[in-house]
Design a binder for this molecule. Structure first.
Ligand code: 5GP
Ligand code: MG
Ligand code: MG
Length: 178
């Protein structure tokens, strides 16, 4: 499976070190507040699990599953909820935990959907961010790594539902696509 990568962008250790740093920042910023981490399935599973374990105290998590209608590989921003949160987020401090932001359209929709439920605060953390997101007005508080506009897999991110279980993040070799 690792042989299918043309290049490793971030090793397991680099990912963990960055998540530990972000967890430190998050912990300081939310001092004295109960934070609810909200993950979007399925890509954010690994980020959620590891970020959460780098936080030194008590924290809750919940999940949403959404489907984004789009043509081909680009999302359209037209979104449907497949699984909603179990938690009432009214007056809660919510931090959305994302794997990657590309166009930002999906996240932009998710953000306004959650905003309408009147949380006490709403912020976004993403492990990876691509340059295209500048086209959408979206304020991302915590970013792991800014990456070039290339398709990456591993650490939760899939190609045709595969490669999510790679411990590193990388670029797929051309032979995989053919
Ligand atoms: P957006 O709405 O920001 O364009 O799309 C975000 C979603 O597209 C991500 O949650 C992810 O599922 C998928 N995506 C965007 N870029 C990549 C990528 O480089 N690799 C993989 N595996 N998925 C991506
Ligand atoms: Mg995602
Ligand atoms: Mg995917």
């Amino acid at each position: 499976m690792g042989d299918d990568l043309a290049e490793v962008l971030y090793t397991e250790q680099q990912i963990q070190e960055r998540l530990a740093e972000l967890a430190g920042e998050i912990w300081r910023d939310y001092e004295g507040k109960d934070v609810l981490l909200v993950g979007v399935l399925k890509g954010a599973v690994m980020v959620m699990a590891d970020l959460m374990r780098h936080l030194p105290g008590s924290v809750e998590m919940d999940w949403m599953a959404i489907s984004s209608y789009g043509s081909g590989t680009k999302s359209s921003g037209v979104v449907r909820i497949l699984k909603d949160l179990d938690t009432d987020i009214t007056d809660r401090h919510v931090l959305i935990v994302e794997d990657i932001i590309d166009s930002g359209l999906t996240l932009s929709w998710t953000r306004s959907n959650l905003e309408s439920r009147k949380p006490a605060s709403l912020e976004i953390m993403t492990l990876l961010r691509k340059p295209d997101v500048v086209k959408v007005q979206i304020d991302v508080r915590y970013v792991g790594f800014d990456i070039p506009d290339e398709f990456v897999v591993g650490y939760g991110l899939d190609y045709d539902q595969q490669y999510r279980n790679l411990r590193e993040i990388g670029l797929l070799a051309p032979h995989v696509y053919s």
